[in-house]
Design a protein around this ligand. Sequence first.
Ligand code: FAD
Length: 405
Amino acid sequence: MEVTERLATDVAIVGAGPAGSTLAALLAERGISTILIDRDQFPRDKLCGEFLSYDALPLLDALGVTASLDSNHCPTITHGRIVGRQRSWEFALPRPARGVSRLLLDDLLLRRAQMAGAEVRCGWTAVELSPQGEGGPAVGGEARATVVIEREGVRVPIDATVLVGAWGRWGRFDIQLGRSFVRDRTHRHFGFKRHYRAKRTQKERGFIDLYSYGHGYLGVSPVEGDEINICGLVRASRLSGHQGGWPRFVEEIAAEEDRLAALFDAYIPASSDFLASEPVIFRGKEPVAREIVLIGDASGIVDPLAGNGMAMAMQSALIAAPAVAGIISAPKNRRRHERAYTAAHRDLFSPRIRWSRASGWILSRPSLLELALRVAPSRPTGRFLASRTRGSYETVSRLADRWFQ
Ligand SMILES: Cc1cc2nc3c(=O)[nH]c(=O)nc-3n(C[C@H](O)[C@H](O)[C@H](O)COP(=O)(O)OP(=O)(O)OC[C@H]3O[C@@H](n4cnc5c(N)ncnc54)[C@H](O)[C@@H]3O)c2cc1C
């Protein structure tokens, strides 16, 4: 393997999903030298329900990305519907959300980071990490971390004052860092998604629908280009011994639940195949591990039914940015900034993670869901759960204003 150059930067970010690109944009905007690394070339597709919660929007506004959602005709989603066997709950969302494909959103954010001055290395995989004091060089008495990136037989070591892990819910470095969730076999799920088009003209494009089936659930949400995203989550245990891949699995759940049979009957596939995920494990995670600042799914996962993962990823970047900037300006205060980020992360995300987990538990039990739909009043309960499983628009606006003022 050839080493052709060695780079040095204030911040190296591994992963250019919504978390990594947002943080790169925020830091580069302040003149902090930032390298953003992703193994993929953009634009690229990604498994996701593609429902962009309203609490992401103040940050997208501040980054100047909202106009691109408008010009790409990303639908506005004003209502939610939970569809049971006999009855449904329909409710207005506390604020309008958007439907946007990952092909579009992740590319917009990446380009925003690049425009702000971040150096973007797409198509490069991070293959080795040496956290602070574990092999990286010391500069001015301060140990630096190193990440080695690789592409087509070429390796480039990057020394950084702060290393940020934005590699998503499951990455090779989680094992190296000894993170306990990777050994968890009891909370494993798998996700799948496909884009569809309606067979008949659609009357309603402003809804996100959630359907239940045994050990899993489906979200149905509109995206740009008149397409519909159908994205599901299923417990790993339900798939053991299953054969025939995702098409067969979809036939199986449609045969179990009449509402799902009617749903799939109304659409034709718009993408060539299903996209599936690496395991999704719902477990608490720490936002800093061996001096690596973790953001997005790498720092904690909200149950996908909430449709809040992208918002949370961007918000974790927003609360990590002051801590990272603080470390850059005074590396001796690293611990204090790490503690501040950890506390802010817990305050902002722990409640919504708990609520989403409880809601997901009910949603993946069709009989229990039917009972809940019968006894609880639909509008106030739906709205209450929608607000508890995401952040406050006002809080995110305030945090964004503070960073950009
Ligand atoms: C079934 C399902 C449905 C969902 N539906 C929704 C929804 O409707 N709305 C919503 O808001 N959220 C949803 N989510 C959650 C959402 O997808 C995530 O929360 C979000 O993608 C997290 O963003 P991130 O930036 O942390 O990570 P990611 O988006 O996963 O990005 C991580 C990036 O890191 C890169 N990477 C990883 N390892 C390396 C490496 N070694 N070197 C270089 N690059 C690397 C990857 O290529 C990737 O681009 C859903 C999740 C699932 C599983």
